[in-house]
Design a protein around this ligand. Sequence first.
Ligand SMILES: CC(C)(COP(=O)(O)OP(=O)(O)OC[C@H]1O[C@@H](n2cnc3c(N)ncnc32)[C@H](O)[C@@H]1OP(=O)(O)O)[C@@H](O)C(=O)NCCC(=O)NCCS
Length: 224
Amino acid sequence: MPVPATPAVPVVVGPIEVKVRRIHRRDLNRTWEFLKLVFRGVNKQTVEYQRPRSKARFLEVYEEDGIEQLLFEVGHPDGDVVVGYAECAYEISGSDNWMNERYFNNREMRPLFVEELAVHPGFQGQGVGRFVLEQIEHLARLRGCTHLVLEVAENNENALRFYRGRHFYKLDAAIFMAKKIDVAPDLLPPRQLSKRPKPVPVEGVDGAASGTAKRAPRKKPATP
Ligand SMILES: CC(C)(COP(=O)(O)OP(=O)(O)OC[C@H]1O[C@@H](n2cnc3c(N)ncnc32)[C@H](O)[C@@H]1OP(=O)(O)O)[C@@H](O)C(=O)NCCC(=O)NCCS
């Protein structure tokens, strides 16, 4: 099936077959570019940045153990096109993660954390996301995980619809709340004085008005 050509949508002719494989180091740069493209729109809607936060963090993840990074590609004569990416972790990872591990332990849950799930905008709504999710679920089952756990912004409506349609339910509610404050400048407005100012001597002018007596120039001491 031909896909319309725009800078963001690569032309793929014929039936579209999506393959999955684990990521290699050489894929990192183009995968980062792919993620920027996918999340550009999403990040305009949400308070929190949808991951990944930075390229540096993305590159770090590749070096970490216990993380699956999967690429979903469509064959193309100029080189395979990344149409999907998934990242999941068997443990709570990253120094900036504030997930509470005990929550899961107390409920005898062994989660697979889905850190990232992204489909190329030009390929959304065609079943790629379904394939990505089935692949993640397959890995979870093989590793004895009991749940897939992920974080999604409530106003990321496409993603929410996608997850809800696939039996995801709400675990906890981190809601971003805001209250409007009546804005007031921190500095007070100009104020009118009730009396006229007294005349003040002007600094640096000769004579008494300057407040300093004019000194006679120093004479050079006579040499013997
Ligand atoms: C959410 C996302 C992964 C879904 O992938 P997808 O390939 O579009 O999903 P599929 O084609 O397999 O399934 C489409 C389903 O998702 C929903 N959907 C999500 N995005 C859609 C889109 N742009 N166009 C059409 N349907 C979309 C539809 O409700 C549809 O539901 P249905 O199968 O019950 O009819 C994809 O939209 C995406 O990458 N979004 C941007 C990144 C993102 O928000 N990721 C999740 C962050 S937590």
